[in-house]
Ligand binder design. Structure first.
Ligand SMILES: [Zn+2]
Length: 283
């Protein structure tokens, strides 16, 4: 995200933790306002350690070595980058980022604050998004969002996904399913595509009957954006099944993958941005 950069003094009162340690640990302040939240964080280490920690963190993505086999993994990042000016669902607020420099000792620390809808970019909707009193995002078991996922390629579809389209995919009971369509090709367009491929209500019921644990889709809406009905959304919400939307599957082939898409534990909130990554076992 390109941030507006501000100059500021240290107003966060950061201090050291532990004897002789410069490690200050993360301080996270989350302000939740309906579907929006702001986040201010600082995470400071010794200057030398800082770069190592950053590299270690980002090694989660991209080429990674399987610790069990020693082979390299080709991890695919399926997440839409979050930035100001990104495409959002019509009516949702744009992300805002403010960055400032805070002096600390002989260093200047970059400190950023972001404000974004929890429905920005690639994100997961909990049942509470559609049904009052249903599970919110932190109440969903994290094992739903890691493990194996089956990617079904329906790129040949031009309008609506029907029950029979899924029946041909031979879905087993209890699987986690990502549905790839030609929507992935327009995910990065600057204008919302209201003509996107969507999921018919009977197709949604078919997946619920298959006891799928998670659905992933490659646009912001699994229902048609031509009408203001949420029939397929409600089918999944009533069954307690979370749905990840806006997953970029353009480079993903059909098949079974390992994946991770864990949401933030935003207490009492109906959705969360997620970073979705997938990889296959090396041959
Ligand atoms: Zn959403």
């Amino acid at each position: 995200m390109s941030c507006k950069h501000l100059q500021a003094t240290n107003e966060h009162g950061v201090g050291s933790r532990g004897s002789g340690s410069w490690f200050l640990g993360p301080t996270i302040a989350v302000l939740l306002v309906m579907t929006n939240f702001s986040l201010a964080a600082d995470d400071v280490t010794r200057p030398g350690q800082c770069i190592q920690n950053i590299l270690r963190y980002f090694s989660l993505f991209g080429v990674k070595r399987n610790m069990g086999t020693g082979k390299l993994l080709n991890v695919q990042d399926l997440t839409i980058p979050i930035r100001e000016g990104m495409l959002v669902f019509p009516g949702d607020p744009m992300p805002i980022c403010r960055s400032k420099t805070v002096p600390f000792g002989n260093c200047n620390l970059s400190m950023s604050e972001i404000q974004l809808s929890v429905h920005s970019g690639t994100h997961v909707d909990a049942p509470a998004h559609f049904i009052a009193g249903a599970k919110t995002i932190e109440q969903l078991p994290t094992d739903i969002f890691v493990g194996q996922v089956v990617v079904i390629d329906l790129s040949h579809k031009t309008n609506v996904i029907l029950r029979q389209d899924l029946d041909r995919a031979h879905i087993s009971k209890g699987e986690k399913i990502f549905i790839k369509t030609r929507n992935s090709l327009s995910l990065h367009d600057p204008v919302y595509n209201s003509q996107h491929i969507y999921l018919d209500q009977e197709a949604a019921r078919y997946l619920v009957d298959k006891n799928i644990r998670l659905l992933g889709f490659d646009y912001y809406n699994i229902d048609s954006s031509q009408v203001e009905t949420l029939e397929s959304h409600l089918v999944f919400a009533r069954a307690g099944i979370p749905v990840i939307v806006a997953i970029d599957m353009s480079q993903l082939q059909a098949g079974t993958y390992h994946f991770s898409a864990v949401p933030l534990p935003l207490v009492g909130v109906e959705a969360s941005p997620v970073r979705v990554v997938a990889w296959r076992d090396s041959p």
